[in-house]
Structures are given as structure tokens and as C-alpha cells.
Design a protein around this ligand. Structure first.
Ligand SMILES: O=C(O)COP(=O)(O)O
Ligand SMILES: [Mg+2]
Length: 222
């Protein structure tokens, strides 16, 4: 059988990037005269892309969202975000798992809500760029996840065929469902829902387990 295409989410799935996103958030808040927010607070805002995150920062700071503040903050956020790689680390075993899956013939892609600027810089920083055949970011299309269009575009770029989506969040589960792709949940990312209640076909907490899960696909219906 043709090896399934594997499409990965980025933040909270391949990369533990919340510390950088937290730092960027607080740098922008400081620039606008607002107090810093906690790591847990900012981490809970990750998953829907930058405009949503900035809206959450403004609300959590008690700022008046009526004043076009988000429109001014977003470009400043993106400028700092583009260089924000120093506090980010790949989750353990990511490199090895991706190499194994690629060697087994799986086309690999990324479908993330992170904008393409910081997506490119983090992938480059960790030497991950050559592993992926296509990358769709949060600003690649007019819509972002959970709209299924970005995931469908990633699969189309890979030439179609059978595919799995691998991600960490509620947004990813919904996106996979709407694109009618099986969803594999990485449990150590930034989800807020318990594993049992987040719809998924398979779950894993250690990237060493992923090649085995993929090799066993198609799984028995359950
Ligand atoms: O930028 C975000 O909010 C989240 O990015 P992700 O889609 O890679 O999890
Ligand atoms: Mg994610």
C-alpha cells in the first residue's frame, strides 16, 4: 500500500514553542504599557493563530478592544515573533521519528496556524526544513484551522492519497474531522480538553511510538 502522507501541526506538536510565544506576548504587552501575563495564561491562548492570541492578550490585560489596538499590535507581535527561536525546543524524539517516517517513504507536511515567518525561522533553526515537502502556515490562505482548507491544501500539495493529521489541540481535532482525515493526538502539547474527550483515532505521548502507530495504519475500527 502507498505510504500515508503525514501532516503535522507545529506548535505543541513538533515544537515546544510556548516559552517563546509567552516571551513575545509579554514583550508586546510591555511595549504598549500593559503588565506581563503568566506562562499558563499565554499557553492557553495558543492554537488559533496570532489574531486570536492578540485578542486574548488584550482581553486578559483589561484593555479596551474598541480602539483598534489589535490591528496595531498584530504587526508588532509578528515582527518580534519572526525572530523568536531561542526558547523553543523540539519535543524529545521528533527528529528521529521524522527521519524514520521519511525513510519509510511517507510524504511529510506541516499545517500550522503559526504564521509563515516564524514557521520558516524555527524550522530552519532546528534543521527541519528539508524534511517537509510542503508547509502551510496560518497566513498562507485566507482561512486558518479549524477551517479544513489549509489541511486540504497541504494534502493537495503532497499529491493527495491517504493521509493522517497529527496534532495536539482541539483545533487540530476539529480540522481533521472537517477534512475527513484520521486524527492522531500528541498528548504532551497545549490542549485544554482531557485526552478521553478529545476526538482522536490514536494518541501518543512519546515520538518514539509514532512510527509504530503509523506502520499499523489502517487501524481496526473501534
Ligand atoms: O499559532 C498558533 O496559535 C498555534 O500554532 P499550531 O497550529 O502550530 O498549534
Ligand atoms: Mg498546536
Amino acid at each position: 500500500m502507498q505510504p500515508a502522507a503525514l501532516i503535522f501541526d507545529l506548535d505543541g506538536t513538533l515544537l515546544d514553542s510556548a516559552p517563546d510565544i509567552h516571551a513575545v506576548s509579554n514583550a508586546v504587552l510591555e511595549q504598549y504599557g500593559y503588565a506581563p501575563l503568566s506562562f499558563e495564561q499565554v499557553r492557553s491562548f495558543i492554537g488559533h493563530g496570532v489574531p486570536h492570541l492578540v485578542d486574548c492578550l488584550i482581553k486578559a490585560s483589561g484593555a479596551d478592544p474598541e480602539h483598534g489596538l489589535a490591528e496595531r499590535m498584530i504587526p508588532d507581535f509578528n515582527r518580534i515573533y519572526e525572530e523568536a527561536v531561542t526558547l523553543t525546543v523540539p519535543f524529545p524524539g521528533v527528529h528521529a521519528a521524522l527521519e524514520t517516517l521519511r525513510a519509510a517513504g511517507h510524504p511529510l507536511a506541516i499545517c500550522t496556524n503559526k504564521p509563515m515567518g516564524p514557521t520558516r525561522s524555527t524550522l530552519g533553526h532546528f534543521g527541519l526544513t528539508p524534511l517537509f515537502d510542503t508547509v502551510i502556515g496560518g497566513d498562507s490562505l485566507p482561512t486558518r484551522k479549524p477551517d479544513p482548507a489549509p489541511l486540504r491544501q497541504a494534502l493537495a500539495d503532497l499529491g493527495g492519497g491517504p493521509a493522517l493529521y497529527i496534532g495536539d489541540s482541539e483545533v487540530d481535532a476539529e480540522t481533521a474531522q472537517r477534512a475527513a482525515l484520521p486524527f492522531v493526538l500528541f498528548t504532551e502539547g497545549y490542549r485544554k480538553t482531557p485526552v478521553e474527550t478529545l476526538p482522536h483515532a490514536r494518541a501518543f505521548s512519546d515520538f518514539a511510538a509514532l512510527p509504530g502507530i503509523v506502520a499499523g495504519w489502517p487501524w481496526d475500527a473501534r
